[in-house]
Design a protein around this ligand. Structure first.
Ligand SMILES: CC(C)(COP(=O)(O)OP(=O)(O)OC[C@H]1O[C@@H](n2cnc3c(N)ncnc32)[C@H](O)[C@@H]1OP(=O)(O)O)[C@@H](O)C(=O)NCCC(=O)NCCS
Length: 165
């Protein structure tokens, strides 16, 4: 199975809402929210499709390009498609996009309890930069994670965590 990464389109909206809704970390996105993101000039949205499947998205990634930063707003994989490399492929694609646009910092927030996502991000080179106490509606802490890109070479700049998780 090779994930196929494509730019998200209007025809993907219902599937993306369903994937977000099936996530234990659901952002509660409805179709209007996804369409609003599709319409923002500074947003970049991708889906991952299983090459052997019918083409319905298995996962999605929503980011904002803000000057030399790329912000990860939402990423999720359909529960039955997890651990098949969709999220890794989406983020790798996002990092290639970031390099091509001179991005220096890729930023995201993740629930402290979300060990799977934190492992995914760490493997790509993200480090924990800070903790926002009781950031989420259930009072859970957010971990702020950062990936630094060398603007000259595009290489990931390694670094230590700045907070202990
Ligand atoms: C986190 C999430 C997006 C990962 O998606 P995925 O497509 O299953 O991830 P991948 O298959 O690309 O995983 C790549 C690597 O990340 C790490 N990883 C992913 N999920 C993991 C888990 N549950 N536990 C431990 N490591 C995990 C592993 O290193 C994995 O490589 P491996 O399978 O070769 O060991 C998915 O579990 C999900 O949708 N969760 C709910 C939504 C969510 O938490 N989003 C993040 C909000 S910040």
């Amino acid at each position: 199975m090779t994930p196929r990464i494509e730019t998200m389109e209007e025809r993907d909206v219902d599937a993306v809402v369903a994937i977000d809704g099936a996530s234990e970390q659901s952002a509660g996105w409805d179709a209007a929210t996804v369409r609003a993101e599709l319409g923002r000039a500074w947003a970049r949205l991708w889906v991952s499709r299983d090459e052997s499947g019918p083409g319905s998205p298995a996962a999605f990634l929503v980011t904002w390009l803000v000057q030399d930063e790329l912000h990860v707003l939402n990423i999720a994989t359909r529960p039955d498609e997890r651990r098949r490399g969709h999220a890794r492929a989406l983020l790798a694609h996002g990092l290639d996009f970031a390099r091509a646009h001179g991005v220096r910092h890729v930023l995201l927030e993740v629930r402290r309890s979300n060990a799977g996502a934190i492992e995914l991000y760490r493997r790509l080179g993200f480090v924990a930069m800070g903790v926002r106490a009781r950031y989420y509606p259930n009072d859970e802490d957010a971990v702020e994670m950062l990936l630094r890109l060398d603007p000259q070479t595009g290489a990931v700049v390694p670094g230590p965590d700045e907070v202990t998780l």
